[in-house]
Design a protein around this ligand. Structure first.
Ligand code: NAP
Length: 276
């Protein structure tokens, strides 16, 4: 087993994830993994960074596939005895004008952005080493979607005592409510992406609380963040930030120094803690 530190970025064959790997290759003192659900796209990303003089490594990871997550978990356990930095970046969004039925968009979006991200956390958080850093890439859209929820839902999502099980049930209820055509009546906003990112932000708050309760002495810091509006395949060419600029806040959180005890359990945008 090697004593080398290790960082993993999900969904890093392109976009913000690739830019996060680029920055970590320059600043993180250890191995940095590009992960991709498609090995070909992942290896192409590695080759691109190699041309820039960087030395990322590659491992397959489809966050929709529990088996794939577990293969990565076992690899990290065996090769490194754990994990120092985890950036949950992988995500999807239907285009605004996509005509796919809303209930299908809800199921597909929640499957990756919330349930996939949660499965990665369930499998990899126990591997986090002392002073580890976890970054869950959410979105400012989670805040606007929260404001679009009923008062009752807002109260639940802002609660300091909501459990992971309760959150999972709420996310599953959203999908069910869209299938029955009652999501608006049930107090949900009309955005599947927004609800999925509410899930990511609230999950981060819960996980940070659990780390406080169960691993206080390990100084692990876990936060959700928004990268900003970034020119990628997801957001399009009109967005204001380059992918490297979009990577700045996630990388800042991934590299918080060992002397830091904050931010933790926060939603961070432009390197600033935002109210939830
Ligand atoms: P992107 O260019 O579309 O890249 C998304 C990445 O996620 C791709 O590498 C994609 O892989 C990967 N991915 C999707 N589903 C996956 C799965 N099941 N398993 C593993 N990887 C998967 O989007 P981006 O703009 O860089 O977005 C990155 C993150 O930032 C997302 O979480 C997004 O919600 C968030 N975000 C983006 C913006 C923005 O303005 N761009 C704003 C706020 C938040 P494939 O190539 O295989 O599809």
């Amino acid at each position: 087993m090697s004593n080398v530190q290790v960082a993993v970025v999900t969904g890093s064959n392109k976009g913000i994830g690739l830019a996060i790997v680029r920055a970590l290759c320059k600043q993180f003192p250890g191995d940095v993994y590009v992960t991709s659900r498609d090995p070909g796209r992942g290896q192409a990303a590695v080759a691109q960074l190699q041309q820039e003089g960087l030395r990322p490594l590659f491992h397959q990871l489809d966050i929709d596939d529990l088996q794939s997550i577990r293969v990565l978990r076992d690899f990290l356990k065996e090769k490194y005895g754990g994990l120092n930095v985890l950036v949950n970046n992988a995500g999807i969004a239907f285009k605004v004008h996509d005509t796919t039925p809303f209930a299908v968009q809800a199921e597909v979006t929640l499957k990756t952005n919330f349930f996939g991200t949660r499965n990665v956390c369930t499998e990899l958080l126990p591997l986090m080493k002392p002073y580890g850093r976890v970054v869950n890439v959410s979105s400012m859209v989670s805040s606007s979607a929260l404001r679009g929820c009923s008062q009752e839902l807002q109260q639940k999502f802002r609660s300091d005592t909501i459990t992971e099980d309760e959150l999972v049930q709420l996310m599953a209820k959203f999908v069910e409510d869209t299938k029955r055509g009652v999501h608006e009546k049930e107090g949900w906003p009309n955005t599947a992406y927004g609800v999925s990112k509410i899930g990511v932000t609230v999950l981060s708050r819960i996980q940070a609380r659990l780390l406080n309760e169960q691993r206080k002495g390990d100084h692990i810091l876990l936060n959700a963040c928004c990268p900003g509006w970034v020119r990628t395949d997801m957001a399009g060419p009109k967005a204001t930030k380059s992918p490297d600029e979009g990577a700045e806040t996630p990388v800042y959180l991934a590299l918080l120094p060992s002397s830091a005890d904050a931010p933790h359990g926060q939603f961070v945008s432009d390197k600033t803690v935002k109210p939830w």
